[in-house]
Design a protein around this ligand. Structure first.
Ligand SMILES: Nc1nc2c(ncn2[C@@H]2O[C@H](COP(=O)(O)OP(=O)(O)OP(=O)(O)O)[C@@H](O)[C@H]2O)c(=O)[nH]1
Ligand SMILES: [Mg+2]
Length: 195
């Protein structure tokens, strides 16, 4: 992604939406995408008992088995292509392919199951891919200050931690704008993984 697109030139960039099982990744891609998102949802049936762990998200009927794909124009010059990862650990072998060429990642967090995002954070830190943490504010969930979440995750002070509602387009669009701004800041100040 160029830092300053020439006038009239459209720049596109790839963003990964990651996080633990049932944290709202598919919901986010669906709410913010301006095209009908491509989803790969599989129904969790009784055949998956003991394999699909939906105890923590009781109302959830489907799970992503490959990826979500969506697109959003941030302004006339910048189009983001969104790739949502599968959350279940048995599908994580696909993450290496999914992040190829991405400029940054959103790690979604449900503060009731904070530890579920550790693997995603480790993954992006290991690859030196800029990421931000987006707290998905599920209904009825106790509000947590982003600074408290940052402390609990023991992440660097420069990693943005923001709150959002994965179902709300304006909210999720702001998450993506925060990520793009962070990526640009990182590129100005230090070397990051090449896009
Ligand atoms: N109340 C509330 N429910 C939400 C929110 N985000 C997602 N949900 C619900 O929570 C469940 C999880 O949503 P998904 O978007 O499928 O989660 P996911 O992270 O894509 O799940 P996997 O791909 O299976 O890991 C669904 O039942 C959503 O309807 C939210 O912000 N508030
Ligand atoms: Mg999903």
């Amino acid at each position: 992604m160029s830092q300053r697109p020439a006038a009239g030139r459209v720049t596109s960039a790839k963003i990964v939406i990651a996080g633990g099982f049932g944290v709202g990744k598919t919901t986010l891609v669906g709410s913010v995408s301006e095209i009908t998102p491509l989803t790969t949802e599989a129904i969790m049936t009784s055949a998956g008992v003991g394999v699909d762990d939906n105890r923590q998200v009781p109302g959830k009927m489907t799970t992503t088995v490959a990826m979500d794909f969506g697109r959003i124009s941030i302004d006339r010059d910048l189009i983001l292509y969104l790739f949502g990862t599968p959350g279940q650990t048995r599908f994580w072998f696909m993450w290496d392919e999914l992040v190829r060429g991405a400029i940054g990642a959103v790690v979604m967090v449900d503060t009731r199951r904070l530890a579920d995002c550790f693997a995603a954070i480790d993954f992006f830190e290991h690859r030196r891919l800029p990421y931000l943490v987006a707290i998905n504010c599920f209904d009825g969930m106790q509000y947590h200050n982003p600074q408290d979440v940052r402390d609990a995750l023991a992440i660097s002070s420069d990693v943005p931690v923001v709150s959002c509602d994965a179902r709300n387009r304006e909210s999720t669009k702001n998450v993506l704008i925060s990520l793009v701004e962070y990526v640009l800041t990182m590129r100005r100040t230090r070397a990051v993984a090449p896009a």
